[in-house]
Write a protein that binds this ligand. Structure first.
Ligand code: PLP
Length: 388
C-alpha cells in the first residue's frame, strides 16, 4: 500500500471559482452600466501547484491564460488551447522571441532590455504587448518617468508590424489590505496612461474582488483582470475568508493516522518537545510532514480535521509525520482520515496563517511525492480563441 497521503485536485471547484469571479465582475459591470472585463486566469507555477492540465481544464472558460514560463505557454498550445496566452514577465532573452512568435503569445514588456530585444526582432506576425508600468511596487515595470518614452517606442514598433495589439498593465502591491494605497496607485496609473490606448490590465485577485475597482478604468479601453489565487479557492484577503467570498477549495490535502500514542501528563511530543501534555492526551501520528509540503512552521494549535471532527496539531512537524490531538475523538485511531486543508477540513488560509505564511505558498509547495487524485470537471467549453 502506498503511504496514505493524497492531494485531491478538484477541477469542478476551479470551474466554480472562475464562475464566482465572473459573477462578481458582472455585478460590478451592471452597477457601473458597462461591459464586464475579460479574465486572464493566472496559471503560473503549475497552476499554483494544482497542475497545468487542471488549470487548463478548470479555466477552459476563461478569456485567456497568464503564466511565466515559456514552456508552460508551449504546453498550453500543445494541449490545444487556442485562446490568448500571456507571459506575465515577458521573454527573458532574444531567442525567446521566436517561441513567443510561433506560439502567438502576448508578452509583458517591463524593462529597457526587453524593449531593445524587441527592436531587433523580426517576428513572422506582430506580437501583442502589454507595457508594464511600475505602479509603486518596485518589482517589475517601467518607472513612471520612462513609461511614455517606452510607449512611443512600442508604438513605432507597432507601425513597423513588430508589435500587434499594444496595451498597458500594472500590478497593485496592497490591493489585499490597503484601499488608500491602492487608490493612489490607480490614480497615478490613470494619470500616466491617459494618452495611451489598447487593453488595460491592473487587477490581481484582491483588486478583481474589490467591488467597483476595475470600473474606475477608462471604459473606452478593453479591460482585462488577472485573478490567480482566488481561482484556486484561497482568499487574497487576510480578513475575508474564501468561504465568505463563495470560493471552494481546489486542493484538499488528506492523510491517515498511522500510529497512536498515549501521553501522560508531563510527557512531550515530537522533536524539541514543543508540546508537553498537561493532562492524559491521545496523540495521532499522521502520514504527512514538511517533505510533503506541510509547513514546518505550523505549531501546536494549527487546525486540522480528524475523522470529520475539528482538532489541532501538537508539537513540531517532522519531515514525514505530524501529530494531532485525538483526546476528544474516541473513535479515531490508526487509519482514520485527516484533512490537513481543503474540502471537509480547515482552509489552506487558516493553516497558512498558523504557519505565518499565505495560502499561495502552501498550494505551490505541495511536494511532487504526494500522489494526486484529480476530480475531473465537466461541461466547460475550451476557449475558441475567437477574440484573438
Ligand atoms: C503580474 C501578476 N498578475 C496577476 C497575478 C495574480 O495574483 P493573485 O494570485 O494574487 O490573484 C500575479 C501573481 O503574483 C502577478 O504576478
Amino acid at each position: 500500500m502506498p503511504r496514505p497521503i493524497t492531494a485531491t485536485i478538484s477541477v469542478p471547484a476551479m470551474q466554480h471559482n472562475l464562475q464566482q469571479v465572473v459573477a462578481s465582475l458582472n455585478t460590478d459591470a451592471i452597477s457601473a452600466g458597462r461591459a464586464a472585463p475579460k479574465v486572464w486566469a493566472v496559471i503560473k507555477a503549475g497552476a499554483y501547484g494544482h497542475g497545468l492540465a487542471q488549470g487548463l481544464a478548470g479555466f477552459a472558460a476563461a478569456d485567456g491564460l497568464a503564466m511565466l514560463d515559456l514552456s508552460e505557454a508551449q504546453a498550453c498550445r500543445e494541449a490545444g488551447w487556442q485562446g490568448p496566452l500571456m507571459l506575465l514577465e515577458g521573454f527573458f532573452e532574444f531567442e525567446d522571441i521566436s517561441i513567443v512568435d510561433t506560439n502567438r503569445l502576448t508578452v509583458s514588456v517591463h524593462g529597457e532590455e526587453q524593449l531593445r530585444m524587441l527592436e531587433q526582432a523580426r517576428p513572422a506576425s506582430p506580437i501583442h504587448v502589454n507595457l508594464k508600468i511600475n505602479g509603486g511596487m518596485h518589482r517589475l515595470g517601467f518607472e513612471p518617468q520612462a513609461a511614455s518614452q517606452a510607449w512611443r517606442r512600442l508604438q513605432a514598433l507597432q507601425e513597423k508590424g513588430v508589435v500587434g495589439e499594444l496595451g498597458t498593465m500594472m500590478h497593485f502591491s496592497r490591493a489585499d489590505d490597503d484601499p488608500l494605497v491602492t487608490r493612489g496607485q490607480l490614480d497615478s496609473f490613470l494619470a500616466l496612461t491617459s494618452g495611451m490606448s489598447g487593453p488595460v490590465s491592473v487587477c490581481n485577485s484582491a483588486a478583481t474582488l474589490t467591488a467597483g475597482l476595475w470600473t474606475q478604468l477608462p471604459e473606452a479601453r478593453p479591460q482585462w483582470v488577472r485573478p490567480g489565487i482566488c481561482l484556486y479557492g484561497s482568499s487574497p484577503f487576510a480578513h475575508r475568508s474564501a468561504a465568505e467570498l463563495g470560493l471552494r477549495p481546489a486542493m484538499t490535502l488528506e492523510a491517515r493516522i498511522i500510529g497512536v500514542q498515549n501521553c501522560q501528563p508531563g510527557s512531550s511530543v515530537g522533536y524539541g518537545h514543543m508540546f508537553t501534555a498537561a493532562q492524559p492526551t491521545r496523540v495521532g501520528i499522521v502520514a504527512c510532514g514538511y517533505a510533503d509540503g506541510y509547513p514546518r512552521h505550523a505549531g501546536t494549535g494549527t487546525p486540522v480535521t480528524v475523522a470529520g471532527q475539528p482538532s489541532r496539531l501538537l508539537g513540531r512537524v517532522s519531515m514525514d509525520m505530524l501529530a494531532v490531538d485525538l483526546t476528544h475523538i474516541a473513535a479515531a485511531g490508526v487509519g482514520s482520515p485527516v484533512v490537513l486543508w481543503g474540502e471537509g477540513g480547515p482552509s489552506v488560509d487558516e493553516v497558512a496563517e498558523a504557519a505565518g505564511t499565505v495560502g499561495y505558498e502552501l498550494l505551490c509547495a505541495l511536494a511532487p511525492r504526494v500522489p494526486r487524485r484529480i476530480l475531473p470537471g465537466q461541461g466547460s467549453v475550451q476557449n475558441s480563441g475567437e477574440h484573438e
